[in-house]
Design a protein around this ligand. Structure first.
Ligand code: EPU
Length: 417
């Protein structure tokens, strides 16, 4: 199993390019199921979760190829088997995103229930409630969700809570339903907007994405399109936090500063100097940062996917920070590992109380989930001496060649087996 070896204490400096967004690309790839014509997606990040999704789609009969500009072309001319097996859903919960498109296109779907995961229970009740409102009958048999509908019909759906993939699943299903569907209390995440833009490029009529009310006028068919996935705001935030925590100075290219306000504001509050242009962000940090309180919540508030990185950043800041997680119930797995590096953190309920210490010391730590792993890499970059991060496969799910990008920014980091 791969490990990362990090010699900490080097301020990051230089320029890096940010990849396409994992959480935008995954639903967009599923949108290919909605049409028999080719959907070509560009700016697709090279990640394990993307490979898993492509394997899942290929298994259903989607033809997948790469064009000369590295666009991924998907052709779902015929869907041979509308099934998402347990073996794949177990490794990647986002597989549940095939449910909505499959019912809309094939009138049936058999998708494994995802089960719990490292960061929380993560039920899919809102996905199912919405699909039932659209006219699907759903039963649970042998751990699978079996969904059927001759033709979906529009509905007015008020979601009980804000769910990103839930909103995306329903948007895709409603795109081919009879009549106009309204989704209330919809997720406002930029990745939802990116999916809506892709669907509209395919001939769908989605309005209001980015607000909490999305209106989808169903059409009888969608056509092919070429679509560029947005930049990854969490990769962007992770690199900025790493630069800030190491007292570095970096510029990130191909980014979307307009969707990162909550994170950039916190970095400024911590004492970093942040500037940006249309598609770049520069950060400069000198000396120790100030502790910053963080409270996660759905967009546009501070993202849960940046919480672990800010626990690491606060661990060497001046003062005490309260980091509160409100989206997932068990997303503090990184705390025990950061403590092995010498961080002073106590978890009280859904809040981590992080007391800044003078420095961290390298140690062996173990990654438990994607963003927890990112915070351990940050810890390693900050710490004196060598840090070994085990189980790097978690990082490979969501960060494209992280060690290469960090090396180019001056970090002493390498992968070992
Ligand atoms: N929830 C329910 N019922 C549902 C759906 C969600 O109770 O039917 C709960 C969840 O258990 C959670 C909360 O609602 O407590 C929010 O979950 P959400 O459904 O929004 O999460 P998700 O769609 O499964 C996506 C991202 C996550 C990101 C969250 C929150 C993708 C593929 N995944 O997950 O990304 O943390 O939204 O922003 O888009 C990551 O990239 O590391 C990651 C975990």
């Amino acid at each position: 199993m791969d490990r990362l070896l990090i010699e900490g204490g080097v301020p990051l400096s230089g320029e890096a390019r940010v990849s396409g967004a994992k959480n935008a690309t995954l639903p967009i790839l599923c949108a290919a199921l909605l049409t028999e014509e080719p959907l070509t997606v560009t700016n697709v990040p090279h990640l394990r979760d993307v490979t898993t999704m492509l394997n899942l789609l290929a298994q259903m009969g989607v033809a997948i190829s790469m064009d000369e500009q590295l666009g991924v072309e998907l052709v779902a001319a015929r869907i041979a088997s509308p099934v998402a097996p347990y073996e794949l859903v177990r490794t990647m919960r986002a597989s549940v995103l095939v449910l909505g498109p499959l019912i809309a296109r094939c009138g049936e779907a058999r998708v494994s229930l995802p089960g719990g995961c490292a960061i929380g229970l993560r039920p899919v009740d809102q996905h199912l409630k919405g699909l039932q409102a659209l006219g699907a009958t759903i039963s649970i048999e042998h751990g699978y969700m079996l969904a059927r509908a001759k033709r979906l019909r529009s509905a007015h759906i008020c979601m009980d809570l804000v769910t990103v993939t839930g909103t995306e699943n329903l948007m895709m299903a409603a795109a081919l339903a009879d009549g106009t569907t309204v989704l209330e209390n919809a997720a406002r995440e930029p990745e939802v907007v990116d999916l809506a833009n892709c669907l509209n490029a395919m001939g769908a009529k989605v309005q209001g994405a980015g607000s909490d009310i999305i209106t989808i006028e169903g059409v009888t068919r969608l056509h092919g399109a070429r679509y560029r996935a947005m930049a990854d705001r969490i990769e962007t935030g992770t690199f900025l936090a790493a630069a800030a925590a190491t007292g570095g100075s970096i510029t990130l290219r191909d980014v979307r500063p307009d969707i990162l306000d909550a994170v950039l504001d916190k970095l400024r509050e911590a004492g970093a100097h942040v500037t940006s242009g249309p598609d770049w962000i520069a950060l400069e940090a000198n000396g120790a940062l100030n502790a910053v309180n963080v409270r996660t919540a759905p967009y546009p508030a501070f993202p849960t996917d940046m919480q672990a990185q800010f626990v690491a950043l606060n661990s060497v800041a001046r003062g005490t920070a309260l980091v509160t997680e409100t989206v997932f119930e068990n997303r503090f797995m990184h705390v025990q590992e950061l403590k092995r590096l010498g961080a002073d953190i106590e978890v009280e309920g859904n809040t981590a109380v992080v007391k800044g210490v003078g420095h961290l010391d390298g140690a062996s730590v173990m990654a438990t989930d994607l963003r927890a792993s990112a915070s351990l890499v940050l810890g390693g970059l900050i710490a004196r001496g060598t840090t070994t991060v085990d189980r790097v496969y978690h990082l490979d799910r969501g960060y494209e060649r992280i060690e290469e990008k960090l090396s180019r920014l001056g970090a002493r980091i390498r992968r070992a087996r």
